[in-house]
Design a protein around this ligand. Sequence first.
Ligand code: BEZ
Ligand code: FE
Length: 287
Amino acid sequence: MSRAADLITFNEATSAEAFASRFGTPDDATARLLSAVVGQVHELIKEFRPTQEQWRKVIDFLTEVGHASDERRQEWVLFSDLVGASALVEEINSRRPAGATPNTIRGPFFRTDTPERALGSSISLDGIGEPLEVEGRVEDLDGLPIPTAEIITWQANAEGYYENQQPDLQPEFNLRGLFRADPDGRFHYRTVRPAGYGVPGDGPVGRLLAQAGYPLHRPAHLHFVLRAPGFETITTHIYDESDPRLGEDALFGVRPELVRPFETDGRSGTKVSVKFVMIRARPGKSK
Ligand code: BEZ
Ligand code: FE
């Protein structure tokens, strides 16, 4: 046969195949994923049959998402978070045995340089809000304490804003702390009750989703990272059971085992008790 007869003619039926045939290393995972993504895009184009003008709008949106991203803000990550893609990748990669604390996404407000604080101290540096006491225990699947555990926490304030969203209004490192568990794996600290909040809606992703009537709300929560030598690191949340919008988390992070009562009694104020169950590090999984 002539060389011309071997060519794949690009048309509606062959477009995805024409693209895929150009990859020289079909066993490369990135090439396979890219080829699958493009195949799905071609399918969508065939289904929705956009005009040139409509397709241009899609390109303009993607361009805007890129322009809205810099070292302080990652609009692509927000996109991935809000469409449930981050939660799905997390779910597939961090599946743990029953009884272990599940992972959830970390979000954009985590700071690696969180200062260490003494057990029992307060992470509320401005004291604004309803006082809340957090007490917890870090243990393994057999219920044995993990005394070497490091607990990093961060949260929004009573108005629903993180310290790094309001550098002029909140003290540096407000509502953040790193604690070390005691010999029985326990920790406790004081803070203020966080409010639920809206995820940033001022960029192209938030605007597009808000226009489509998509909820951009996060119910009230505390964030945690738990680390201990020999155990898988856990990144997770604790949600306030009384939040009426628990079912609407824009980021699909709410799991029954992460919802806790924030209990108030007249004498000791509001308190939440948490338990984190870590599993031994497995090869190929996050340490
Ligand atoms: C957060 O919970 O802090 C968060 C996570 C992802 C996007 C926006 C906020
Ligand atoms: Fe948050």
